[in-house]
Design a protein around this ligand. Structure first.
Ligand code: RP5
Length: 154
């Protein structure tokens, strides 16, 4: 993520990865404030053993795109909700990549963070049958938890 301030959003990705028992690492890497750290991370991610990168950033959110420019790994972008423009700036910054360098862009905020983790899980599950089973269980539990009728105070 681009900043400590993104953690309130990006922790939902981490919690979802943990719930699926997927190995992960959370780091602060700013495209603007720590560009050398970004280059070192993105260029070294594959040899470090990462298979998918989830990049969350807000405002002029260059982190996902710059990361994608420096790695062949799949990069999933989470637009963090900004104070000034409610994350629309983040969304447009992340989603409008020029053809040739893709970033899989998720929804703004918590939903995007959760879904980035689930999409990463789906990618990894293509080559991991045990993870595919855990992902199927997760989805089944989610389905089971949807009540047929609404309750007051729920
Ligand atoms: C972006 O700027 C970060 O991803 C964050 O969403 C936003 C604001 O950062 P802070 O000023 O809160 O550190 O680079």
């Amino acid at each position: 993520m681009g900043s400590q301030s993104d953690w309130a959003t990006m922790r939902h990705a981490v919690e979802t990865l943990a719930a699926l028992d997927i190995g992960h690492d959370a780091r602060i890497v700013s495209a603007h404030r720590t560009p050398d750290r970004l280059a070192a991370f993105a260029k070294g991610a594959e040899s470090e053993g990462f298979q998918v990168i989830i990049a969350g950033a807000g405002g002029a959110a260059h982190l996902p795109g710059m990361t994608a420019a420096m790695t062949r790994l799949p990069v999933l972008g989470v637009p963090v909700e900004s104070e000034a423009l409610k994350g629309l700036d983040s969304l447009l910054s992340i989603v409008q990549m020029p053809g040739g360098v893709p970033v899989g862009t998720l929804a703004i905020g918590k939903a995007g963070a959760i879904n980035a983790a689930l999409l990463a899980a789906a990618i990894l599950a293509l080559a991991d049958k045990a993870l595919a089973a855990r992902l199927a269980d997760y989805r089944a539990r989610q389905t089971d938890n949807v009540a047929a009728t609404p309750r007051d105070g729920a």
